[in-house]
Design a protein around this ligand. Structure first.
Ligand SMILES: [Zn+2]
Length: 125
C-alpha cells in the first residue's frame, strides 16, 4: 500500500507507468539482441519532465525482480532545463523570466523535459 494522500498515489502511479514503459523498451532491445541479462540501465530525466527520481527508483526496484534487469542498477542522469529564444537570440539565463531579453518572445524549452533510455548494458551470449 502507498501513502494516504491521494496526490501521492497519483505521483506514484505516474512513475510506475514510466517504469513500465521503460521495461517494455528494455525487453524489446534485449529480445532483439538475444540478451540473457541486463547489467546496467541508464536513463536521462529532464528537470521539468515531471518525474520524481526517488519514486522512479522505487518503482524500478519493485519492477525489476523476475525480469532481465534483476541485477541491473538504475543510473539516472538528470538534465537541467534550458530555455532559449525561438528567434535565435540564445539561451535565457537560469532564474530569469522566460521571455527573450532581446526580442521579448516567449522562451522555448530546448532541453529538460526528456525521459530517455540512454544506455543499456546487455549480456549477449
Ligand atoms: Zn529573442
Amino acid at each position: 500500500m502507498w501513502g494516504p494522500a491521494s496526490s501521492e498515489i497519483d505521483v506514484t502511479m505516474h512513475e510506475y507507468s514510466i517504469v513500465q514503459a521503460l521495461f517494455d523498451q528494455i525487453e524489446e532491445s534485449a529480445r532483439r539482441r538475444g540478451a540473457v541479462a541486463v547489467h546496467k540501465v541508464k536513463v536521462r530525466i529532464g528537470e521539468v519532465a515531471g518525474v520524481e527520481v526517488a519514486l522512479l527508483r522505487t518503482a524500478y526496484d519493485t519492477f525489476r525482480e523476475r525480469t532481465l534487469c534483476a541485477d541491473a542498477p538504475l543510473e539516472v542522469e538528470q538534465v537541467a532545463a534550458r530555455w532559449t529564444c525561438p528567434a535565435g537570440h540564445g539561451d535565457i539565463a537560469r532564474g530569469r523570466a522566460l521571455v527573450c531579453p532581446a526580442c521579448a518572445r516567449p522562451a522555448r524549452l530546448a532541453e529538460g523535459d526528456e525521459i530517455v533510455l540512454e544506455q543499456l548494458e546487455l549480456e549477449v551470449p
